[in-house]
Ligand binder design. Structure first.
Ligand SMILES: [Fe+2]
Ligand SMILES: [Fe+2]
Length: 326
């Protein structure tokens, strides 16, 4: 049941959950909400407070109102449904055995990130959580098959890299916080491509030298987009440096070995592997063993220990059954 705080009708009673969503909270709307909550909430009724804008202010209002839980109003639908299910003790809306739903939820969340503007950090956190949850519930190959059917090349690529990163984190027994961080970096790594002209991004053939020069600006563009927007230095490094190689032959800064943090090296491995196994308009996908074999020959460029650790993910990612797309 939906109620307007300003319609002066009595608040409903006997609800299993109360959710409030106030776009611009001020003293009067908060006072009205407080009043409505007294009537609508029983002693054990959970209350979910959705806030717009600043997290600090939203959480302050939530505490003041005695909320059971607070979330940004822009939280991805799948996570919101999960929170509602947790609070009411109902079965989660996204079934653990529903890979297609996971992939669709991740795609919607990613589309909200990849707009050409800097995304809110909360949006990226939501998307990373969806991908990590999917990695727990399905095989990496199933994820790759689902994502391969998406029509947008860049969405497909970033979700492929994110799925591989989540699987890699699981293989390396990362704790949840580190797994979340790695997946987030993978989702963001090509954010700068959101400002590259579509004619170059989706060109159905190899790029010319000038086009390649434009394309190769995407790490710096992404870094500039996200700098000063609440992302950690390490996340910014993933975006800026994911095309750097240990021998200094990468771009944009020509970094060498120790200058490239581990998390960047991990994303780089997932990124290169994804590019090799993906079908592009101008190239057929390589099989997982062929792709991994090529990477093993990139001696001196990729971290050999991490590449060895990536083998279980690579060999679980056989794409021979991937559907044809684009
Ligand atoms: Fe890239
Ligand atoms: Fe990439």
């Amino acid at each position: 049941m939906v109620c307007d705080l300003y319609d002066d009708l009595p608040a409903p009673t006997g609800r299993r959950l109360v959710i409030a969503d106030i776009r611009s909270p001020h003293s009067e709307s908060i006072a009205r909400l407080k009043h409505a909550l007294v009537a609508a909430r029983g002693a054990a009724t959970p209350f979910l407070y959705l806030f717009h804008g600043s997290r600090e202010r939203g959480e302050m209002h939530a505490t003041m109102l005695g909320a059971t839980k607070s979330l940004p109003a822009m939280t991805a639908a799948a996570l919101l449904a999960g929170a509602v299910a947790d609070l009411t003790g109902a079965a989660p809306a996204v079934e653990p055995d529903s890979p297609a739903k996971h992939a669709q939820a991740a795609r919607r969340a990613f589309a909200a990130i990849f707009t050409g503007e800097a995304p809110a950090t909360e949006l990226v956190d939501d998307a990373a959580e969806i991908v990590n949850r999917a990695a727990r519930d399905m095989k990496v190959q199933d994820w790759l098959n689902l994502v391969a059917a998406f029509d947008d090349i860049t969405h497909r690529h970033c979700l492929t890299v994110a799925g591989l990163a989540a699987a890699f984190a699981a293989t390396l027994h990362f704790n949840p916080a580190d797994a979340h961080f790695l997946t987030k970096g993978a989702l963001l790594h090509d954010i700068g491509k959101s400002k590259i002209p579509r004619a170059i991004l989706d060109k159905p053939g190899p790029l010319t030298v000038p086009e390649r020069q434009v394309m190769n600006q995407h790490p710096l563009i992404g870094y500039t987009m996200l700098e000063g927007r609440g992302f950690s230095d390490l996340a910014l490094k993933v975006v800026r440096s994911h095309h750097e190689l240990l021998d200094g032959a990468g771009y944009p800064d020509g970094l060498r070995g120790p200058e490239i943090p581990d998390v960047v090296r991990l994303v780089t491995i997932c990124d290169i592997f994804a590019a090799l196994i993906e079908r592009r308009p101008y190239k057929a996908p390589l099989s997982a063993p062929d792709a991994y074999g090529i990477m093993l020959k990139m001696v001196g460029k990729l971290d050999p220990d991490l590449l060895r650790a990536f083998a279980p993910v690579a060999f679980a990612s056989d794409t021979e059954t991937m559907p044809l797309s684009a």
